[in-house]
Write a protein that binds this ligand. Structure first.
Ligand code: SF4
Length: 316
């Protein structure tokens, strides 16, 4: 019997999308073959905002759990499917809600006045304990909206927090969390690449540690990275320090440049194992079976309020 090819699966997914009245949203860190058939691709901020404009009854979120959860919180009336319910996030895992609550109680007991600013890579329960939710795309703007006379508790990414301290000049109390992909870029390999390609420019995600950011010509979220490279007319070599599937998106959007992944210390592929749990087969199956589905949880209500205020309504 012939094996099912990717083309067959593409056809099946297209037919199921129509049958289920579904739209597919895919994060830039998904495999290129999934990004290829998505209705919308983007970073966390873009996808959260776009999810609120979807007219279809079903959203299939090709990303990790907290992203699909965010889409559900912003669209309670829609069915939100995640191809693999086990697609988690090491950064989100590094800040469990009970631990955050204990830290907040401790700070209040010390008489500290603070607001909690939470990176979107976090659970709904953590978002519900927060004053603001930020992405790498809007973090600076939100930080500047926190009144000067209160402290900021920033969770969970210590590298993004450190970067925000540097660019905004606001001191912050940082949570000790990090992303397993961005944490392991090798500065030695980056410097070797730079020596081999002295004309190259390095672009790094703010989740990268300081030693990588210091060697980069540009630091910004994935959406900002696309804008940055698009600003260069002449074909250029870019060294890219973020999840490796981002190269697919850069090549698709700005193909005149050459993109080279910055290797990691332990693994040269820099692929997020959580994102990689979603496959074309699982995408097809979740559409066909209507599961796994993100179901509404009690903590979503308060978290959705914080999300809307932070991501959808910058005037408040
Ligand atoms: S790349 Fe890092 S932050 Fe993004 S989903 Fe994977 S583990 Fe989480």
């Amino acid at each position: 019997m012939p094996t099912t090819t990717a083309v067959d699966i593409y056809d099946e997914i297209e037919a199921l999308k129509v049958r289920e009245d579904a739209a597919i949203l895919a994060h830039y860190y998904q495999d290129g073959e999934i990004q290829e058939l998505a209705d919308i691709t983007g970073d966390s901020l873009k996808l959260a905002r776009e999810a609120t404009k979807i007219k279809n009854r079903t959203i299939v979120f090709c990303g990790v759990h907290f992203m699909a959860e965010t889409a559900k919180m912003l669209n309670p009336e829609k069915r939100v499917l995640l191809p693999d319910m086990g697609a988690g996030c090491s950064l989100s895992d590094s800040c469990p809600a009970p631990a955050l609550e204990r830290r907040q109680i401790q700070l209040r007991a010390e008489g500290r006045r603070f607001q909690t600013v939470t990176y979107i890579n976090s659970t709904a329960a953590v978002k519900a304990l927060s004053d603001w939710v930020v992405t790498s795309g809007n973090a600076e703007e939100i930080i500047r909206r926190v009144p000067e006379d209160v402290e900021i508790l920033f969770v969970p990414d210590r590298h993004l927090g450190q970067y925000l301290i540097e660019v905004t000049g606001r001191p912050m109390i940082l949570w000790d969390g990090s992303c397993m992909v961005h944490e392991v870029f090798s500065v030695g390999d980056l410097l070797r690449l730079k020596r081999r390609m002295p004309e190259s420019l390095t672009v790094a995600h703010p989740e990268c540690p300081t030693n990588i950011r210091e060697q980069s010509e540009f630091v910004g979220g994935t959406e900002a990275m696309i804008k940055y490279v698009a600003g260069y007319e002449a074909p250029t070599d870019f060294l890219v320090a973020t999840e490796a599937n981002m190269l697919w998106q850069l090549e698709a959007k700005v193909p005149r440049h050459r993109y080279h992944p910055v290797p990691g210390v332990t693994c040269a592929c820099n692929k997020c194992p959580h994102m990689a749990r979603n496959t074309l087969e699982k995408l097809r199956d979740c559409l066909a079976l209507g599961t796994p589905e993100i179901l509404w949880q009690p903590q979503f209500e308060r978290a959705a309020e914080v999300l809307r205020r932070s991501l959808l309504d910058p005037s408040k």
